[in-house]
Design a protein around this ligand. Structure first.
Ligand SMILES: *Cc1c(COP(=O)(O)O)cnc(C)c1O
Length: 376
């Protein structure tokens, strides 16, 4: 245990700052056990189907889905959706932006698919951004709206000169619910709900364009072997009936539904984006003003409003700092494990109260003034 005990009045009301799984509002956790909860009841019966319906219509409203788009969902999270996209959406070859761990994982999944050509990779080092450019050889274009491993945010915009038949696949796992997007620019805009949607993991959700729906119907009825769990058309057929192919975690559905409705009641995507922007600005401002810290993402235009990465001076050991914070109840500000940098990473998702971020900054200042081995 650390000998540094932060005064209670400095501590944030809610000290969870993880980048996923992230904080779930306490009222929502309590509602799982409240009278009338549908926990432990059949997912094929009206109460749970109504819940799925409310998720689907709520998300369509939140993102102002264009005519013809559908909301599909199933089990397995964004990681499963990568394999599903390999089977059900990419025809011959994709072009991928790779600028961190999550964008690399999708490119690797596609590269391993025996029936696809290796993806064309557009790569940038951690902290920067590379987007795929139009090529005659690619039928799908993929990148992440928010690279959670580095804190880089990317635009959601169809690449220029793209063939009409090409699909744009956006990994919005840590962006959706915290950064707005014009969904007409994407054909599959997909995410897991354990980040801005303040739920548990285990589920994937995807907004599908008519072109994506058509591509999936074509590929899943072709000679290609597509396992049922990776069949997007089958998932969509179930989703249209407000069900999932196999049994979902009912608690995750309940938490997702509560968060979608909460976001709609608090200004929709404009309100959510504003809240995350306020929280992240507090941290970036702090990092800029302190000589011992600096925003890892040098280009301010690429700095994520939902995942803030801050480099620390070599004299401040990140593991020691995060350890002291953890001993005081402030959790999950550690850097992404694979990035290997001396930094902190803070999730400023839409559930995070900017007041808690102000308190976090005060606590970090308090620790830095007293940290062993640090003499100002
Ligand atoms: C968290 C995350 C994933 C992985 O989500 P799972 O639910 O664990 O499959 C994928 N992409 C991005 C951008 C993420 O932040």
């Amino acid at each position: 245990m650390s000998e540094l005990i932060i005064p209670t009045d400095l501590l944030p009301a809610d000290p969870r700052f993880g980048s996923g799984p992230s904080r779930i509002r306490r009222e929502v956790v309590e509602s799982l056990a409240a009278p009338g909860s549908v926990l432990g009841t059949s997912h094929r019966k009206a109460p749970v189907k109504d819940l799925v319906h409310s998720i689907r219509t709520g998300l369509a409203e939140l993102y102002r889905l264009p005519e013809g788009y559908q909301v599909a969902l199933g089990n397995g999270g964004a990681t499963l959706f990568w394999s599903m996209a390999a089977c059900s959406l990419v025809k011959h070859r994709s072009a991928n932006g790779v600028y961190g761990s999550f964008t690399r994982k999708f490119a690797t999944t596609l590269q391993k698919a025996p029936f696809l050509a290796d993806p064309a990779i557009f790569e940038a080092p951690a902290g920067r951004l590379a987007l795929p450019e139009a090529s005659y050889a690619a039928d799908s274009y993929a990148w992440a709206q928010n690279e959670t491993s580095t804190g880089v945010a990317a635009p959601v915009r169809r690449p220029v000169d793209l063939d009409d038949s090409a699909l744009v696949l956006i990994d919005a796992t840590s962006a959706a619910g915290g950064i707005d997007a014009d969904i007409s620019q994407a054909d599959a805009y997909y995410f897991s709900p354990q980040k801005n949607f303040a739920s548990d993991g285990g589920l994937w959700v995807s907004f599908l364009s008519p072109a994506a729906i058509e591509r999936s119907a074509e590929l899943t009825s072709s000679a290609r072997w597509v396992p049922d769990i990776l069949n997007l058309t089958l998932a969509l057929d179930n989703s249209l009936k407000d069900q999932t192919l196999n049994t979902p975690a009912i608690a995750t559905l309940m938490m997702l539904e509560a968060q979608v409705r909460w976001l709609l009641a608090h200004g929709g995507m404009a309100g959510a984006a504003q809240r995350s922007r306020t929280s992240s600005d507090i941290l970036y401002g702090w990092a800029d003003a302190n000589p011992l810290t600096a925003a890892f993402v040098r280009d301010p235009a690429l700095r994520s409003p939902v995942v803030v990465t801050i480099d620390l001076d070599a004299g401040i050991d990140s593991a020691t700092l995060c350890g002291i914070a953890r001993d005081n109840g402030i959790v999950d500000i550690d850097p992404y494990r694979g990035l290997g940098r001396n930094q902190i990473r803070v999730g400023t998702f839409s559930s995070v109260d900017p007041e808690d971020v102000r308190a976090l900054v005060a606590c970090l200042d308090w620790i830095l003034e007293r940290m062993p081995g640090l003499s100002a």
